[in-house]
Design a protein around this ligand. Structure first.
Ligand code: CA
Length: 297
């Protein structure tokens, strides 16, 4: 068992996001990719080469996935797009919510079949204004869920039979039966209820033992939860309050990368948590992740 006192989150690179989010480990290139939603930026960092690159997207970016061809699929304020990783060129694909200009895309992730799931939210954070969408590889999309408030963390069980999902203001993690052949989800049940004092559940990933790792917004922690029992197993205290998401990376997927935010912090808050907005890593965290699914194009 890991001794929590020896796990130390380190800052990966001296860059602070307003709203850092959506970390994805690109195993082929051995780089960690993440977004700054509000500044419309994609960040990439190669730990081996200590090289940091930024792509400026010119609109809010909720999440990204790496495509099999190496480029990015992204969920932007105004819909889905491809981004050429070399040139930064953006090609819009579709906008499922063109009729809802007050919404933007938020968290998203590729499913085990190489499709992309991404959800939306109201810029005003008005309740139940968003949805969850599935983007097929032919760029068509379908709505999976409606009346979502702040669509956030997603993960698939190790056997690909279950989809785990967080609509943050519910303080719950839901599970659905997941059909890998179609991407359909059904039979919703609540599997985890997060106490308010732990902070709001945000981004999520799964480890090689099938346990969920949840970033706790305003909770100063990432925590490991058992989706079978609903029990909180373990947590890593963080030096900043707004923990947004996490994923496993590194050569053997044993480094836990954790994003954070500095948005809406007062000067006083920032004095207390000067690292807010940083990307953190807990190297050799004692747990192991799974490779990120790639968009099949
Ligand atoms: Ca989020």
């Amino acid at each position: 068992m890991v001794n929590a006192t020896i796990l130390q989150p380190d800052v990966v690179v001296a860059h602070k996001c307003l709203l850092g989010e959506g970390p994805v480990w690109d195993a082929k290139r051995q780089v960690i990719c993440w977004v700054d939603i509000l500044n419309g930026e994609i960040h990439e960092y190669a730990p081996d080469q200590k090289k940091h690159q930024t792509i400026y997207v010119q609109q809010m970016i909720g999440s990204l996935a790496v495509c099999k061809n190496g480029n990015y699929l992204v969920a932007l304020q105004n819909g889905f797009a491809y981004i050429n990783r070399t040139t930064g060129e953006l090609q819009m694909l579709s906008d499922p919510e063109a009729h809802l200009p007050g919404n933007r895309f938020n968290d998203g992730k590729c499913d085990p079949a190489g499709r992309f799931f991404a959800g939306t939210m109201a810029l005003s954070e008005a309740p139940k204004a968003g949805g969850l969408y599935l983007l097929e590889n032919n760029a068509s999309h379908k709505k999976q869920l409606e009346e979502i408030s702040i669509s956030n963390g997603m993960a698939w069980s190790l056997d690909h039979q279950t989809f785990y999902y967080i609509d943050s203001p519910t303080y719950e993690v839901a599970a659905f039966d997941y059909d890998k052949s179609t991407g359909s989800i059904c039979n919703k049940r609540i599997i985890i209820k997060v106490p308010q004092e732990d902070g709001c559940p945000d981004g999520m990933t799964i480890d090689s033992e099938g346990m969920l790792w949840i970033a706790h917004w305003n909770g100063w922690q990432v925590a490991r939860w058992n989706p079978g029992t609903g029990e909180k197993l373990y947590h890593i205290p963080m030096p900043v309050a707004k923990i947004t998401s996490c994923t496993f990376g590194g050569q053997s997927l044993e480094d836990l990368y954790i994003t954070s935010a500095s948005v809406d912090l007062t000067d006083g808050d920032l004095k207390m948590q000067p690292l807010a907005g940083s990307l953190f890593v807990v190297r050799n965290c004692g747990f192991k992740g799974l490779p990120a699914f790639e968009f099949d194009i």
